[in-house]
Design a protein around this ligand. Sequence first.
Ligand SMILES: Cc1ncc(COP(=O)(O)O)c(C=O)c1O
Length: 422
Amino acid sequence: MTRLFSLEYARSLDAADPLRRFREAFLFPEPAGPGPVVYFTGNSLGLQPRGVRKAVEQELDDWARYGVEGHFKAATPWVSYHEVLIPPLAELIGAREAEVTAMNALTVNLHLLMASFYRPTPNRYKIVIDPNAFPSDRYAVASQLRFHGYDPDEALMIAPADEQGRLDHPALYRLLEEEGPRIAMLLMGGVNYYTGQVLDMPTITRRAHAQGIMVGFDLAHAAGNIPLALHDWGVDFAAWCSYKYLNGGPGGVAGAFVHQKHLGRADIPRFEGWWGHDKASRFRMPERFVPLPTVEAWQLSNVPILLMAALRPSLALFQQAGMERLRAKSLMMWDYFYALLKDIGDPRLEVITPLEPEAHGCQLSLRIREVGHPAYEALTRADVYVDWRSPDVIRAAPVPLYNSFEDIYHFAERLQRILKSL
Ligand SMILES: Cc1ncc(COP(=O)(O)O)c(C=O)c1O
């Protein structure tokens, strides 16, 4: 056991953490047992910021006070409510404001964007996804292929994986060289939900574009986790949810990105609705659709105000903390976590997330051989929130906005005890 593996040492790291005050802005579940709760499932459902209740109540009050007039008279008028989310979201994903909006849910947005950017031709129709892609993405892509008359067994390509199930980048690049002219689109999780691997999004985009392939990313596990620069990387489209690292609440409103180069193009088809129509004439209800010049042209319906209200406090916290500082703390937390796991020294325990800092975010995916599920159940009983992925992986995500180094110490100490008993 090294000196790092002590409560005192963990507390000294917290004392030196410039972001430690942000923990107070969040509500943690109550512990069932004597120890403090360790909440490492911010990669699944982020905690509730204390400010959410007031933000949602504001809209309930405005609804009570103004009824339908709230569309124009609410403190933040509902008719343009989503616009307040755009600047902080654009900052988080590294985009121009015209390229970003908040709408719908993640899988819905992926479909809407694929309706525009998956444009198969008889020679070029295949779609490449990442190994261990989130199942919903796989279903979405397979159904798009079928919708266009293709057989997913033939037209859906899974990019090559290494022995841990992570994307093998050099092998992907070889695939793009060999199969490029047959591939219409590449859709990948920017951060893989299972392994926690951060993909080299700029290089993948460049290599795919060199072959004439459209590039989209599912940023569910990337937004609010790692710094992103979608505009500069030239990514064609992206979507993400807000209930994980962005703490927008269960079923929270999702985000969508379309690169500037595709905005205002008449040759890109789109499914359309009145919220994508020109703001000045929307309520005159003209017969012809006039698209907004921004990604808002992809909006369909008037927006879910209560969900958007719930997201605002967290976005404000992100702006105060700053992604650069959050990333610096996240990397320190990851290294500390990894060092303690090595200290445990159990041969059944293995980290399948890449060790290189540029290839991981907050999450550590731990493979626990033989006793994975009993260990997971024992952790849960010990007030540790992590999640289980069959057959043997526990995902744990210390998030820099509200987790502490002390949380990591408690996790490791409880896991060590549990593994000794199994
Ligand atoms: C990587 C990834 N993609 C897609 C989804 C599906 O999201 P939604 O249910 O919001 O459409 C999830 C949900 O956890 C996810 O983790």
